[in-house]
Ligand binder design. Structure first.
Ligand code: PBG
Length: 330
């Protein structure tokens, strides 16, 4: 009998066993997940407020954070990334690097209770600036680069001094990785890794986060420091610049709409790579799921597997708690 003139791709799809054997992207692992939390500086220790644009996500007081993390850790969570909402904001983001700032306190609490939990801090100034920009702002509305660097460095050092295991600068100022590395080393924190948001686009997908973190810029936008969504080669320039400055791992953000960029960076750089499935990506999946328009679990998994297929290892995702609770990762 002659061979058919087509490819029988279905042979290796015919049972769950063989599909599991030939799948080239490993299934999601508990170790891949990094869960973001929003911590509020408040005297009300029972403060817990659902973020209206991100159903299932909360602004939490320190006490409530501890409760929330306890449940997640019981379900297997191994890593968190923290965002702070200070009681007061000013023009120099004092709250970002205050010794008793909200993130510094949160880190101390979590590391005291769970020394093995890997605590990453987002290093940025926007949540702490009265104007909501990620750097020092001139009266004319320019975000100054070089004068912002010492503030970022101070923030990173204060997080690491409080016990953060890793710092993740998300501000997109030029030269911040080397400024932070130098300051950490100077402070004797030579073992604290920097995972830089090397490739961060000026994205509308951050919309829900800005409500969650109360960090929307009061004037203008972030296009003078975050990247233009139309640019691909620039992503490689940014990634390689952060490698040269001494970053230990890189983040591409947003993730879902930028899988091509994840792949390009994966192929060009040897450092561990992290995909950040941002707030807008979460909210869209959640909203459609809540409406019964999609199978939310299946879509969430497909989306995250796509990020791994594109080359990411670590995944910052607001679905981390759900994935663990529903035992969708192993
Ligand atoms: C701080 C920061 C932002 C996000 C992470 N760090 C917001 C922004 O740049 O406007 C976005 C995260 C998300 O949307 O989930 N600069």
């Amino acid at each position: 009998m002659s061979h058919p003139l087509f490819h029988r791709g279905r042979r290796l799809r015919s049972s769950a066993q063989i599909r599991d054997m030939v799948r080239d992207t490993a299934p999601l692992l508990i170790e891949d997940l990094i869960m973001p939390y929003f911590v509020v500086e408040t005297d009300d220790q029972s403060f817990r407020k659902e973020i209206s644009t991100m159903p299932g996500q909360y602004q939490l007081s320190l006490g409530e954070l501890e409760k929330q993390v306890e449940k997640a850790v019981d379900n297997g969570l191994k890593s968190v990334i923290l965002f702070g909402i200070p009681a007061q904001k000013d023009e120099k983001a004092s709250g970002a690097y205050a010794e008793d700032g909200i993130i510094q306190e949160a880190v101390r609490r979590l590391k005291h209770r769970w020394p093995e939990l890997y605590v990453i801090t987002d290093v940025c100034l926007c949540e702490y600036m009265s104007h909501g920009h990620c750097g020092i702002l001139t009266p004319a509305g320019t975000v100054l680069n070089d004068p912002t660097l010492p503030l970022l460095a101070k923030t990173a050092v204060s997080h690491a001094t409080a016990g953060a295991d890793m710092v993740a600068p998300s501000d997109m100022m030029d030269g911040r990785v080397s400024a932070i590395r130098a300051a950490l080393d100077e402070a004797g924190l030579v073992m604290t890794p920097i995972m830089s948001y090397a490739v961060k686009y000026a994205s509308a997908f951050y919309g829900p986060f800005r409500e969650a973190a109360e960090s929307a810029p009061s004037c203008g936008d972030r296009k003078s420091y975050q990247m233009d969504p139309g640019n691909r080669r620039e992503a490689l320039i940014e990634a390689l610049a952060d490698v040269a400055e001494g970053a230990d791992a890189l983040i591409v953000k947003p993730a879902g709409p930028y899988l091509d960029i994840l792949r390009e960076v994966r192929d060009a750089v040897e450092l561990p790579l992290c995909a950040y499935q941002v707030s807008g990506e979460y909210s869209m999946i959640r909203a459609a799921g809540l409406n019964g328009w999609i199978n939310e679990e299946a879509v969430m998994l497909e989306n995250l597997v796509a990020m791994k297929r594109a080359g990411a290892r670590m995944l910052i995702t607001y679905f981390s708690e759900t994935l663990l609770e529903k035992r969708l990762v192993r």
